[in-house]
Design a protein around this ligand. Structure first.
Ligand SMILES: [Zn+2]
Length: 569
């Protein structure tokens, strides 16, 4: 009897002891942790309670938080980083693309046509064939592809296939017919209907001309949207992307997107954190219900706005001070939203006064300068407002504008993968001098500008490892610049990782909650197959993601090859 009492009281005391110190739900031990926390850059182990990190340190420091209920991941010495935060994605478009025809790596006209024909066979009669991301420069085409190529393999479907840069698209004859585009249709403002020698449309539509076709394509159904998001979420988890910043584009309905994300959040399917930036023309829809920047929960927020100043370099629509080197009469195009300029100014003024965050697509040096002018006016008009202006892409900079970025605190939201892609031909288009200030990440950092990294998926691959590789090596995809295209603009691995984590978190007002592995922060982490800090930079692009953890939940494990459901975790 006495013996039993002793046992009972011992159990009681140990229970009390257990309650007096916190125990972790999850411990990652034996890791090579790169924290992106300047005060403690490296560590061995991380402890998580609920969705937050509670301790970072040596194995022994964290071991004391272990109880018999703690799940332990032995990292076996692998590199653990904060989760990647992609500051610029088109997530629904990306998800749709995963199920649509892939043309980006087609290397001949025949291959381009064959893949479209195959997709047509899988698509019900009358349904639109979309997707593509074709890049005619990869098959040394004499020019843009035409509808005559595609018509024979798409007899029963309208087809509308986007160029990879999003600024041109190819319509087949059925699509042109449905859109009512004929030789008599005038070019819309801010767009071009490409025509042959007889004046007939070739099927290629640039910028605002694409809208004529987009208007007749039926909108995504709710189920199609959810399906695309689920595909995209699964893909993001497999790549270690734990946050995305979802940018409006003309083809998307951001409010329907927010609704669908909300549904996925409720069913615990949202495994990537999302910040949605609807169109700046819709600023009032957010402002009237009191939404300011970064409004929402840790998984789903809005309050950013996306505007467009110009087009892209590849399509010859990036708006430049001086003409294109290979097109002496072309200096690019301003987008509709900038015509008249007073319209964009009004939207920015009102959005800023409402506390919303402004993110503007600007690629050409003149478009970037014009947006900086507008930002200057807005900041002067509303002193004392906490704001973080952003310029999306910021590709071709005028020398004078780096300092202005810094003075205005404008975030350069950049996509390094495009440097190794466009780097194949950019110099031919804009010449050496302008190319030297193209994707000028080092110069931005030297000026004290905040960099945020992203991909612009589905314009470029979502895989963050490729972006880090691009920023560190600047080795163009054609293999012609193994030591880097404008190598003085290369970043170190640490700088690239910081831009992809803390930098992107700052760009969405989340640097206190995300971006580094530190006590109190959200437990978003990624375990890599190799140490990108010590391997040959040329090998970085082959590095794989072993595990992805979001809010303390394992959402990707390479050994299990599937996404963990909420129930399984
Ligand atoms: Zn974009």
């Amino acid at each position: 009897m006495k013996f039993v009492l002793v046992l009972l009281s011992f159990a009681f005391v140990s229970n009390l002891l257990a309650q007096s110190k916190p125990t972790a739900d999850l411990i990652i031990a034996n890791a090579n942790v790169w924290t992106v926390d300047k005060a403690h850059p490296t560590a061995q182990a991380v402890a998580v309670l609920g969705d937050r990190i509670i301790a970072v340190g040596l194995n022994a420091d964290v071991e004391v938080l272990r109880s018999h209920d703690t799940k332990v991941i032995d990292a076996a010495g692998k590199l653990l980083l904060p989760g990647f935060n992609d500051a610029h994605v088109h997530f629904v478009g990306g998800g749709l693309q995963l199920d649509s025809v892939q043309l980006n790596d087609a290397t001949s006209t025949a291959e381009f046509v064959r893949r479209i024909g195959e997709q047509a066979k899988k698509t019900p009669k009358g349904e639109w064939i979309q997707g593509g991301d074709w890049d005619e420069t990869k098959w040394n085409s004499a020019g843009l592809p035409t509808r005559e190529l595609v018509d024979p393999v798409t007899p029963d479907n309208p087809a509308f296939l986007g160029r990879y840069d999003g600024h041109s698209a190819l319509a087949n004859s059925a699509a042109l017919r449905l859109a009512g585009i004929t030789s008599k249709t005038p070019d819309p403002p801010g767009g071009t209907i490409v025509r042959d020698a007889q004046g007939n449309p070739t099927g290629d539509l640039k910028d605002a001309a694409k809208d004529i076709v987009l208007r007749v394509i039926p909108p995504l159904s709710h189920d199609q949207r959810l399906r695309a998001m689920r595909r995209a979420l699964e893909y993001a988890a497999s790549l270690g992307v734990t946050s995305v910043q979802h940018m409006n584009d003309e083809e998307s309905d951001s409010f329907a997107d927010i609704g669908a994300y909300g549904e996925l959040l409720q069913s615990s399917e949202l495994t990537t954190r999302v910040y949605v930036a609807p169109a700046i023309s819709d600023w009032q829809n957010l402002a009237k219900i009191g939404i300011r920047h970064a409004f929402g929960s840790s998984f789903l927020r809005t309050g950013g706005l996306k505007g467009f100043a110009d087009g892209s370099l590849g399509s010859g629509t990036a708006y430049l001070f001086d003409p294109y080197g290979d097109e002496p009469r072309n200096s690019g195009l301003l987008r509709n939203q900038m015509q008249p300029l007073s319209q964009m100014r009004d939207w920015m003024m009102q959005a800023d006064a409402a506390g919303l965050q402004i993110c503007t697509h600007a690629i050409g040096d003149r478009a970037i300068s014009m947006i900086l002018d507008l930002y200057t006016e807005v900041a002067r008009a509303h002193p004392g407002i906490e704001r973080r202006f952003r310029i999306e892409h910021a590709q071709h900079m005028a020398a004078k504008d780096f300092a202005r970025f810094a003075q205005l605190g404008v975030i350069a939201s950049v996509q390094p993968y495009q440097a190794i892609d466009d780097g194949r031909w950019a110099e031919a288009r804009i010449g050496h001098d302008r190319a030297s200030r193209t994707y000028a990440f080092r110069t931005f950092l030297n000026h004290g500008v905040h960099l945020a990294f992203g991909t612009d998926w589905d314009v470029a691959p979502l895989n963050p490892i490729l972006t880090v590789y691009a920023a560190v090596t600047r080795a163009t995809l054609d293999g012609k610049n193994p030591n880097g295209w404008f190598p003085e603009q290369k970043l170190s691995v640490a700088e690239a990782v910081e831009a992809y984590t803390m930098g992107s978190a700052y760009a969405e007002f989340q640097e206190k909650d995300k971006g580094s592995i530190a006590p109190g922060k959200l437990a978003d982490m990624v375990l890599l197959s190799d140490d990108i800090f010590s391997i040959d930079p040329a090998k970085i692009r082959g590095v794989k993601v072993l595990k992805t953890i979001v809010g303390g939940r394992l959402v990707w494990d390479v050994d299990r090859k599937y996404k963990y459901s909420a129930a399984a975790n």
